[in-house]
Design a protein around this ligand. Structure first.
Ligand SMILES: Cc1ncc(COP(=O)(O)O)c(C=O)c1O
Length: 387
């Protein structure tokens, strides 16, 4: 297998655990096991059960009780526990899904810019890759006519990700249903990365008001050839559990993927499955806290980008915990100078192979205000005072 290094992960490997402030993380604020047990409301009993947990192998497709709890999230009679397969994070799910269906005869269309493994794994399998680029005009948007033109006879798979990393873009329901219709008409499998699901909102920039909006219906509910990807890492802030899953009406496809899992992790970690079940049973409480953090942080970001209007332009996100502002100059240089002088990490767009004029900002963490204050100081010293 010939796969290029994952640029964003290599960049994080250099800075993530020594930079004082991360202003580009995509995962939301995490919690301790103690806090998780408190949220569950039966701390002593849950702790006793956790301590009594036996540490043997677990079922390869995932703990059936966990799969049932995950299936319930989809709120559809088309998705039962047999329609769920668990993995070590979303990353293993992406890897095994692509490996189980793609070969060099296939054409794959992927949304771009994107989380690199979504297009890199197809490329490593020698599939022909076509990028479906998000456009930035008055905000980010996807051109559906362009998608129709990109489809070829051998197009097997379309890869999308909503809410989108890195732009925070979420299509309107009609656009999303049109994407599914296009796939259906052409017999294309839809891989829908939904790892930021449940973090959808509307921003009223005039009144500076941010309110919840309804998540898109999961692709696996709407289309029998769709596979939805979920994970504990992002909206739920529990990346350390390394529990992700695929949901699909297509049990035959899940079967093929399950066979490959015997060659990677075989099964999930028993303590992680236990903790994921507790977290998902309390998902509404976790999401409420996460959204509070995100909404407060977004208001601060709006002020910040308003203050530095001539230098930056933020196309507002409508979901997730990241956005992808424009900067008038080289963002590799900006990120380097900022980390060196203030210890604040940004993710330049070169890590997404998307030119040099954007960067990813993450706003799911409690300490974003402190990081933003330092970025503000940096901009005062380096942008305003220079002019
Ligand atoms: C869109 C998207 N998909 C998948 C993943 C992988 O998630 P995990 O690290 O939990 O495997 C990420 C992580 O950043 C992501 O942003």
């Amino acid at each position: 297998m010939n796969v290029r290094p994952f640029l964003l992960e290599r960049y994080f490997a250099k800075y993530e655990f020594n930079a004082p402030y991360l202003l580009c993380s995509s995962d939301c604020e995490t919690i301790s096991i103690e806090k998780l047990f408190e949220l569950d409301g039966k701390k002593e009993e849950t702790l006793r059960n956790f301590l009594n947990l036996r540490l043997g192998y677990t079922e390869s497709r995932g703990d059936p009780e966990l799969r049932k709890i995950i299936a319930d999230i989809y709120e559809s009679d088309k998705i039962e526990y047999e329609n769920i397969l668990t993995f070590a994070g979303a990353e293993e799910a992406i890897f095994l899904f692509m490996n189980s269906i793609l070969s060099k005869q296939d054409n794959v269309i992927s949304i771009f810019p994107s989380y690199q493994s979504l297009y890199e794994i197809p490329k490593s399998l020698k599939a022909k890759l076509t990028l479906w680029k998000l456009e930035e005009r008055d905000g980010w948007y996807l051109d559906l006519d362009k998608l129709k033109k990109l489809i070829k006879k051998n197009t097997k798979l379309l890869i999308v990700n909503f809410p989108h990393n890195p732009t925070g873009y979420c299509p309107k329901e009609e656009e999303y249903k049109e994407i599914i219709k296009i796939c259906d008409k052409n017999g294309i499998i839809l891989f829908s990365d939904e790892v930021y699901r449940f973090l959808e909102y509307e921003i009223d920039t005039v009144k500076l008001n941010i309110k919840d909006s309804k998540p898109l219906e999961p692709a696996c509910n709407l289309y029998e050839k769709a596979v939805s990807l979920g994970v504990m890492s992002k909206s739920f802030g529990l990346a350390g559990l390394r529990i992700g899953w695929l949901a699909s009406q297509n049990k035959g496809l899940l079967e093929k993927i399950a066979v490959l899992k015997d060659y990677t992790t075989i099964c999930s970690s028993a303590p992680s499955e236990f903790l994921a079940k507790i977290a998902l049973k309390n998902k509404d409480k976790i999401l409420k806290e996460t959204k509070e953090i995100i909404f407060n942080n977004l208001k601060e970001l709006i002020y910040f980008f308003e203050k530095y209007k001539g230098y930056f332009n933020l196309s507002f996100p409508s979901g997730g915990s990241v956005a992808f502002p424009y900067y008038y100059n080289d963002t590799d240089l900006l990120a380097q100078n900022l980390i060196n002088s203030k210890g604040v990490l940004l993710m330049p767009s070169s890590m997404f192979e998307y030119g040099k004029n954007h960067f990813r900002v993450g706003f799911g963490r409690k300490n974003m205000s402190q990081a933003l204050r330092l970025f503000d100081q940096f901009c005062e010293e380096n942008l305003l005072k220079k002019d």
